[in-house]
Write a protein that binds this ligand. Structure first.
Ligand code: MG
Length: 342
């Protein structure tokens, strides 16, 4: 009898772990390594592994404990001279492996999010490589950008459903990559953006999953492809997600239990968002005007706050004083001047 019971428990566990491996990705709740902090705790493995996990670490400076925390070894700290990032591999006793990139935390925290990159005053197209490079050069906290799927399922950058006279969702990636933008740029892929952001550790990305015009399944597919690519390239440390589409937000959360996801559509209560494990709100400024206590209410629920699109100096001052976590703007040069003065 006991044997049958144990066998059924074992079977149930196997089913659960298979079900999980089909959906939820293995994550860390933090990928940033604090500088000059000996033995620092970096992040916890989520979901907590059922089996023993071993760590492959060519740099020989990290360790994983029984509770699933990745830490620096006891007497080790990283300094300004250390590399910008380190790759580690976690392996369970089934031989399944997952690579993570841990990043030295030199990230800028000045609240300035360049909306579709820094393009307006930089002779660059929105959502282009140049607008991303300018965002980094200026020293913004992050570059916001928009992702669709091409007809052959490649995540592509475009704000509008069409670019260069072609419908993104009806056109192959190969055709889209031929569309010329300003100053020698072409329509970029999400992969190009992720690879470029990983070349530094000061500026991050705010990835908007666009709501497909082809319905719920396709919306979720944009979310799926984006999250899978971020994980495949080990870019989790650099990427937050935003979306107007609640199904897409839920799909991102299903796949990545620790990603920051901010919701753009003000059609749910803060309590509903909290219950759905959304990390915060990213609302048009009219919502913060209408309810001057919105930031306070969000903070009380531990929800992050971002406002768009704030382009006038007076408004920027208002939102800086309101204490939002992020301010999204087409005029990052101006907002940078204002935050630097403070
Ligand atoms: Mg956007």
């Amino acid at each position: 009898m006991k044997k049958i019971f144990l066998l059924s428990v074992l079977l149930l566990n196997l089913i659960i772990s298979f079900a999980q491996s089909g959906k939820e990705l293995l994550t860390l709740d933090n990928y940033l390594i604090p500088v000059n902090k000996k033995g620092a705790i970096i992040g916890k493995i989520v979901p907590r592994p059922r089996e023993r996990v071993t760590l492959k670490d060519p740099s020989n400076i990290f360790t994983v404990n029984k509770e699933g925390y990745i830490t620096l070894k006891k007497n080790i700290s990283i300094t300004e001279k250390s590399p910008e990032h380190f790759q580690i591999t976690l392996q369970n006793n089934k031989g399944e492996k997952k690579i993570f990139v841990l990043v030295k935390d030199n990230f800028i925290r000045n609240k300035v999010i360049a909306h579709r990159g820094a393009w307006k005053n930089q002779d660059a197209s929105q959502n282009s490589m140049k607008s991303l490079k300018k965002t980094i050069e200026l020293g913004c906290e992050a570059a916001e950008f928009d992702v669709w799927l091409s007809s052959d399922n490649t995540p592509i950058l475009s704000h509008d459903p069409s670019t260069g006279g072609k419908k993104v969702e009806e056109t192959t990636a190969e055709e889209l990559f031929k569309i010329a933008l300003k100053d020698g740029d072409f329509v970029p892929s999400l992969e190009e953006y992720l690879l470029h952001i990983k070349s530094q550790n000061k500026t991050r990305l705010v990835l908007e999953v666009k709501a497909s015009q082809k319905g719920k399944e396709r919306c979720e597919a944009v979310a799926d492809s984006s999250v899978q690519l971020v994980h495949r390239l080990g870019a989790q440390a650099w990427v937050d997600y935003i979306t107007f589409n609640f199904d897409a937000a839920m799909r991102i959360r299903e796949l990545d239990p620790t990603a920051n996801i901010l919701y753009l559509e003000a059609d749910k209560s803060l309590e509903e968002l909290k219950a759905a494990k959304i990390s915060g709100i990213d609302y048009h400024f009219s919502h913060f005007e209408k309810d001057p206590d919105l930031v306070k209410k969000a903070n009380a629920l531990n929800l992050k706050t971002n406002v768009w699109t704030v382009n006038k100096e007076e408004d920027m001052k208002t939102y800086i004083n309101m204490g939002l976590d992020y301010i999204t703007t087409d005029e990052p040069e101006l907002l940078l001047k204002l935050v630097e003065k403070r």
